[in-house]
Design a protein around this ligand. Structure first.
Ligand code: FAD
Ligand code: DHB
Length: 389
């Protein structure tokens, strides 16, 4: 088989890229290791920046989001019972939309299927070959049958544990990593959100986040120990701990109920440089990970897709290689800023196991500055709604 672009990974990055390319007549095949149901069962991000919403609109995937998503023009940071309300629109002419990654992915699959786009599920042993030549190809197995696709380019959209990044030789690849000494325990429950804005709560007992999906579906997270297991956290224990970490007026009105999903995610900052090797281009979690505190994971994946798709269109339609050759540098410029913001939000709001008195004072001084300084709030707002592409 032959196609113009092989896309490894059928998560949000791969799907979005395939639809954008298709709009310009560029042919692609997606190879996904899991089933569609498995991909759709993963509960992840919830806050979409304008850039991602724009891309979804461009591929005709925004109508449900426009009907069912919630526009947020601000957020709340809390420190014990004290709140800092940040209204984005006081600082920038931008808002964000609360709409789950699961729904984004469902909409993208629907569009890809409607367009008759090729997706192979349950692929195994994906290998990228001759990546530095003009005739790269990808081999893989489906139901133990070996297959091969020849192509012009390969987009590595296969997440943090995929094969694409590892196909860049170790002597070329530089990896920057910070692993945080805690995780997030998240639950989804069929209960009304505690407030109509997200609350990012810092407390002596650790961080908590109150988020939502719709008027009767809430998403909550609490900072937990890395060795905590889901079985150790009953729903009651989760709700009790959440109440202790959020402002009292919110805790008093929190509606609790059985969890319908519960998971623990470790927190990590990670960047791979370069994001391109020969005809291979990395997008999204394949190239970088952020701790989720700034809601930047999915949004940064979308900005990579934006740069790569424009570069490929420029190449195929105008014969211009500028975008292709400059992809890594361009994408990394924005990636590092999202990394900085996510690291900063994480450092500001969490309790660290070996935080000494000096470290605590630094955190308190930073919070106090943020409370009283409009420019500091503006920096937060600009980053939260998303830096321009
Ligand atoms: P992925 O969504 O990881 O998709 C990659 C796809 O590639 C997967 O479908 C995978 O099955 C497939 N794949 C992997 N290896 C292969 C292979 N060898 N061959 C073929 N296919 C392969 N972001 C936020 O903003 N907020 C959050 O709250 C948040 N929570 C998260 C919780 C968890 C547990 C994780 C892992 C991530 C979270 N993120 C969050 C980050 C966000 O979900 C990701 O940034 C986003 O999913 C990136 O999309 P992607 O398409 O690049 O990668
Ligand atoms: C959600 C997750 C985040 O990491 C975040 O910063 C905001 C919202 C969510 O899942 O709703």
């Amino acid at each position: 088989m032959r196609t113009q672009v092989v896309i490894v990974g059928g998560g949000p990055s791969g799907l979005l890229l395939s639809l954008l390319l298709d709009k310009h007549g560029i042919d692609s095949v997606i190879l996904e290791r899991k089933t569609k149901d498995h991909v759709l069962s993963r509960i992840r991000a919830g806050v979409l920046e304008r850039g991602l919403v724009g891309l979804l609109r461009e591929v005709g995937c925004a109508s449900r989001l426009e009907r069912e998503g919630y526009v947020h023009d601000g957020t709340i940071l809390s420190f014990e019972d004290e709140r800092i309300g940040i209204t984005f629109t006081d600082h920038v002419d931008e808002t964000v939309v609360v709409y789950g990654q699961t729904e984004v992915t469902r909409d993208l699959y629907e569009a890809r299927e409607a367009a008759g786009g090729k997706i192979e599920f349950n692929v195994e042993d994906v290998m990228l070959d001759d990546v530095r030549t003009d005739s790269p190809f990808v081999t893989y197995c489906v139901a133990e049958e070996g297959r091969r696709i020849d192509c012009d380019f390969i987009a590595g959209c296969d997440g943090f544990h995929g094969v694409s990044r590892k196909s860049i030789p170790a002597e070329v690849r530089q990896e920057f990593e910070k692993v945080y000494p805690f995780g997030w325990l998240g639950i989804l429950s069929k209960t009304p959100p505690v407030e109509d804005k997200l609350i990012y709560a810092s407390s002596k007992r650790g961080f908590a986040l109150c988020s939502m999906r719709n008027e009767n579906l809430s998403r909550y997270y609490i900072q937990c120990d890395l060795d905590d297991r889901i079985e150790d956290w009953s729903d009651d224990a989760f709700w009790d701990e959440l109440r202790r970490r959020i402002p009292k007026d919110a805790a008093d009105k929190l509606v609790t109920g059985p969890s319908i999903e519960k998971s623990i995610a470790p927190l990590r900052s990670f960047v791979c440089e370069p994001m391109q090797w020969g005809k291979l281009f990395l997008c999204g979690d394949a190239a970088h990970i952020v701790p989720p505190t700034g809601a930047k994971g999915l949004n940064t994946a979308a900005s990579d897709v934006h740069y790569l798709y424009n570069a490929l269109v420029q190449f195929y339609l105008d014969g211009d290689r500028t975008g292709i050759d400059g992809y890594s540098e361009k994408a990394l410029g924005r990636v590092w800023k999202a990394e900085r913001f996510s690291w900063w939000m994480t450092s500001l709001l969490h309790r660290f196991p070996h935080q000494g008195p000096f470290d605590l004072k630094m955190q308190q001084a930073e919070i106090s500055f943020l409370k009283s300084n409009r420019e500091a709030q503006s920096v937060l707002a600009q980053n939260y709604v998303g830096l321009p592409y």
